[in-house]
Design a binder for this molecule. Structure first.
Ligand code: NCD
Length: 302
């Protein structure tokens, strides 16, 4: 069977822009790009414009661009080091940077900011995280990881723990995973439940969603345990009581075939003793970010 055609993407703003065929095509292309270094994007320039801290997203995008032969310019800590510090609007910054680069990868603390940027940008804009909104490229690498680790996506049982309200990765992941009829157990820390519209969208697609379950029971039956940190920088009272902690005792409940994932960083919700367990997939997941972004950059610029 021939590989599905890679979609042409104008921008990457939200998970809702991807249908199942598009996700399949991107994941398939990514699988063919593992370990590849080529010149498919030679002569192209990517600007990374990050108004919030980042390790994985920025560096994996930059690594992906370099591995495909392209070049990278960037402003990290853009709130302090770009003209935003002088009061320039995001729209003006984007209009200017679009004159220097063929693509802008943008992270911003305000939900919806990336959409505003895309509206004025003559070059593709990628949402690398907008406040508590979305993080669609993380969701693509999350699906890639599940497929690579477990051999497929359809009907998998996923337990999503932690800060489901302010954590943007899980909003995008839920939306993309719904194309595969996954079964969701949502174990939120108190007060940090998944937004009702995200849950409603899952049910509208026919996915089973359990928000009431006892964490231990859900974990005993899952294929994927997806852990997230409390987004303290977005929560006025600091985030309240702790929820599930993935430690050696909890790993005893997890089925032998299942995996632990996390977008990272972790700040105590997964203890280091778990790292040597072969089911701990979070560092492999982070590495997959490069491969998936190599495919995405081709879909945007190729
Ligand atoms: C996440 C983010 O920035 O939303 N990190 C990432 O991109 N891998 C998760 C987080 O910060 O908790």
């Amino acid at each position: 069977m021939s590989a599905p055609t890679l979609p042409r993407l104008e921008h990457v703003l939200a998970a809702s822009q991807f249908d199942r065929d598009m996700v399949d095509a991107l994941l398939e292309r990514a699988a063919r790009l593992e370990g590849v270094r080529d010149t498919a994007l030679a002569g192209k320039i990517m600007a990374s414009l990050f108004f919030e801290p980042s390790t994985r997203t920025r560096l994996s995008f930059e690594s992906a661009m370099v591995r495909r032969g392209g070049a990278v310019i960037g402003a990290q800590d853009a709130a302090q080091t770009s003209s935003a510090a002088k009061g320039e609007t995001l729209e003006d910054t984007v209009r200017v940077v679009a004159g220097y680069a063929d693509l802008i990868v943008l992270r911003h603390p305000a939900e919806g900011a990336v959409r505003l940027a895309a509206a004025v940008s003559p070059v593709p804009v990628v949402n690398a995280g907008d406040g508590s909104g979305e993080h669609p490229t993380q969701a693509l690498l999350d699906l890639y990881t599940i497929k690579r680790e477990l051999g497929g996506l359809d009907g998998r049982r996923i337990v999503i723990c932690g800060d489901l309200r302010y954590g943007r990765t899980v909003h995008s992941l839920a939306a993309l995973a719904s194309h595969y009829g996954m079964r969701f157990s949502l174990i939120a820390n108190p007060g940090l439940e998944m937004p009702a519209e995200v849950v409603a969208a899952l049910r509208a697609r026919g996915c089973e969603v359990d928000e009431s379950s006892n964490a231990g029971e859900a974990i005993r039956e899952c294929d994927v345990l997806y852990q997230t940190r409390v987004q303290r920088e977005r929560i006025k009272d600091g985030g309240g009581r702790p929820g599930v902690v993935v430690d050696a005792a909890l790993m005893k409940l997890l089925p032998p075939h299942a995996i632990v994932m996390a977008p990272l960083p972790r700040v105590g919700e997964i203890t280091p003793e778990v790292d040597n367990d072969p089911r701990a997939a979070y560092f492999r997941q982070a590495a997959n970010g490069v491969t998936v972004r190599m495919a995405l950059l081709e879909a945007l610029l190729g």
